[in-house]
Each structure stands twice: as C-alpha cells, then as structure tokens.
Design a protein around this ligand. Structure first.
Ligand SMILES: Cc1ncc(COP(=O)(O)O)c(C=O)c1O
Length: 399
C-alpha cells in the first residue's frame, strides 16, 4: 500500500516556524510584528561576499569538488589557526550550512537506536537532524535558575549507556545564549576521552561572546582531537544565512572518509557561495569587534528590560544572540499565539519562540520563551515595552 514512511511521519515540524501562519495573519490585519522569534541577524553581509561573486567570471558553472572548493578550505584552515585551532585544509569539508554538517555528524557517529547526549534546552533542529537516521538525543537537563550550567560529572556519566556514541554541545549556545566555562568544556572532553565517545562541537556562534569573555573551543583540546567533530558556518558569523555554507572538521580520518562519501553522494555545494564565503573567512578579525559591541548593547538592553518586568526570570546570557525568559504565564506557546491573534498595542505586537520544544524532557520549559536580539536597539526597546504591556493583559497570567 502506498503510504509514507514511519520515519518521515515521525519528523517534527519546526517549532520555531510553527507560529508563522499566525504572524502572517496578524500582518494581513495591518499589525506590525517585532520578530524576536528567529535567529536571522539583521547585520549587513560584508560587501566582500558579493564583490567576490561578481568578480567570478566563470565560463561554465561546473560541479565543485565534493569536499569543497580548496581555496575556501585553505581560508578556513587559516581562520582556525588565527583562532588557535590547528586544523589543516585536509581536515575540513564544506557542507550545505552547519545543518548538513550536523546531520552528517549524527550519521557518522550513530547507527539506528544509538544516542548522543545533548544539554537541554537545545537547538530544536538537532532533533530534526537526528530523526531521519533514527539516532536519538538523550538530554542532559539544565535549568534557567542557575544560568543553564552543566551538572557535575557523575550526573552526566549516569546518562551514558552502551548506546551512547557522543556528546554534542553548542557553545556559545542556542537557545539559552550560554557560554560554557572552560571547566565545563574540559569536563565533557574528559568524559568523552574516558568513556571513548565522540564530541560534536557546534561552534557556529564562536565570535559572539560578551563581557570580554571567549568560548573555549573543543578544537584547542589537543588530547581529544581524534574524537572531535567540529561544526562551523558562515550563517551567523558573517550574517550570511542564505549562502548555505558550513563545514565539518575533524582530525579523525575515519570520520573524514565517511564525510567525503556523504559529500560525494550529494555531489557538491554551490560554487558561487563558496567563492563569496572565502572572502568572508579572509576578513581581518577586527571585523567582529563592532558587531560584537552591537549585539552586546542589545543584550544589555534586552536583559535590563526583561528583568524589570514583574514575574519574569532571565539570567544575563554570555553569548550568541538569544536569551531564555521564564514568564508568569500558564503556557508560553498559548501566550505566543495570543500575542499574534488577540493582542496589539498601538498596532504592534511581538513574536516569541516558545521553548518547550527545545527540551526533550516532557513538561520542561512550558513557561519559557526564547528571545532573539536581532533587532536594532530602538525596535528592541519598543518590543520590550509591548511585551511588558501584553504580560499585564494576558488572561492566562499566573501570580
Ligand atoms: C546552534 C546552531 N547550530 C547550527 C545552526 C545551523 O545553521 P546553518 O545551517 O545556517 O549553518 C544554527 C542555526 O540557527 C544554530 O543555531
């Protein structure tokens, strides 16, 4: 009988995009919607990207190598060296965004039924990357009350079974904006070494750390490099989400051999975007300073305003461009929908991402939302004013 597979039926629809129809309807009614729900930076993509693409006067837009255009891989290796990571061109394969690299990381490390440990709340698409390959995510639960810090070694180790193939960490993290301490990163590295499992290091937000801090990269931990699979992307780093250029990097030859086979099976990634992305990776590191300052200013404003709101709990996050706020509401998704269907202030409303689906454990995060600070400070301030008013009017407000 013709019916679609169980595994495709089992896929989740993106919880981040789930509310889009409600937002579209609000917009049709003439309401201005402030998008705090999605990690699409508003920062201008550096001009060098388009300049490089325009200069590329190709007679034939041919297939590229399956492991990526070599000059781009060279430029990423040089970028890593500037960041203190000793990866060579041969350790790097170009992927269709960080997303494809993460999918491959699940395929390469897990057979069906095997597991990767991931601190929750986690970037909800991790589930979508794992599900088609019947890999499972086992959560390491963290809590807003202590800034989503990792639990101790014994608690993490108690989650490891014979099915556990690795630990995945987004650092700085999406959705909570956590920058894990050097001790936390080292702890995971020690556990991976002692229990002989992989580390999948999602460091696509590497440059977005505030308060003068930086995120410790697994790529600097030379004693475990054979078990590290490093995922990167131009999407957030250079505000080039539409380029769809990412990379998977590893010193482990078996991992790279498998990655190349996966690369060959989909031929290659787009040539022009690789040409543009090389110019991005060649930018001087000073490029990041003003961008970081802009995000830091937004974060400070956002957190200050959220902390002023009665009943709202929000610890100041150290990185990426997200924060999780615990709200005095019965259900954050119902509230987020209500904001789009039943509320407006001066013809405006805000769109938030409910966090429940960023947790794996049922019942967690029901009163939490993720707020992305990808708007300018003026819009962000107005969005906070509107959110404050809406919380006072919401019929499902508790206490
Ligand atoms: C933590 C994290 N990893 C990976 C990605 C994937 O990004 P892309 O496929 O655009 O590189 C995202 C995008 O939001 C993300 O937040």
């Amino acid at each position: 009988m013709m019916k679609i597979s169980q595994r495709s039926l089992g896929m989740q629809a993106s919880p981040i995009r789930k509310l889009v129809p409600y937002a579209n309807q609000a917009k049709k009614r003439g309401i201005k919607v402030y998008h705090l729900n999605i990690g699409q930076p508003d920062i201008e993509t550096p001009k060098v990207f388009m300049e490089a693409v325009k200069k590329a006067d190709l007679d034939v837009l041919a297939y590229a190598d399956s492991n990526g255009w070599e000059p781009l891989r060279d430029s990423i290796a040089a970028y890593y060296k500037r960041m203190g990571l000793t990866y060579e061109t041969e350790d790097i394969i170009i992927t269709n965004g960080g997303s494809e690299a993460l999918q491959w990381a699940f395929i390469i490390t897990c057979d069906p039924g095997e597991e990767i440990l991931v601190p929750e709340p986690f970037y909800t698409n991790y589930r979508g990357f794992a599900a088609p390959y019947l890999a499972n995510i086992r959560p390491i639960t963290t809590y807003p009350e202590n800034g989503f810090a990792l639990p101790g070694r014994s608690e993490i180790e108690s989650l490891i079974t014979e099915k556990t193939k690795g630990i995945m960490l987004s650092n700085p993290g999406n959705p909570a904006g956590v920058v894990y301490s050097q001790e936390e990163v080292r702890l995971l590295a020690d556990i991976a070494r002692d229990r002989d499992i992989f580390i999948i290091a999602d460091e696509v937000y590497r440059e977005f750390c505030y308060d003068g801090k930086s995120a410790t990269s697994f790529g600097t931990m030379t004693d475990i490099l054979d078990r590290v699979i490093l995922v990167d992307s131009v999407s957030k780093r250079f505000s080039a989400c539409g380029a769809r250029i990412g990379s998977l990097t590893s010193k482990n030859r078996d991992v790279m051999t498998a990655a190349l086979k996966l690369g060959q099976a989909r031929l290659c990634v787009p040539t022009l975007e690789m040409i543009g992305s090389k110019a991005l990776y060649d930018l001087d590191p000073s490029y990041f300073k003003p961008i970081r300052e802009r995000y830091e200013e937004r974060r400070n404003l956002l957190i200050e305003e959220l902390q002023k709101m009665e009943g709202v709990l929000c610890e100041k996050p150290g990185g990426a461009f997200y924060a999780i706020a615990k709200l005095p509401v019965d259900n954050a998704e119902t509230f987020a929908i209500w904001l789009l269907t039943d509320f407006e202030k001066d013809g405006k409303t805000v769109m938030l991402a409910p966090v429940e689906n960023f947790y794996q454990t049922p019942g967690m995060g029901v009163d939490e939302v993720r707020v992305a600070y990808v708007l300018n400070t003026e819009d962000l301030a107005e969005a906070m004013r509107i959110l404050d008013i809406s919380l006072k009017q919401y019929p499902g407000r508790i206490n």
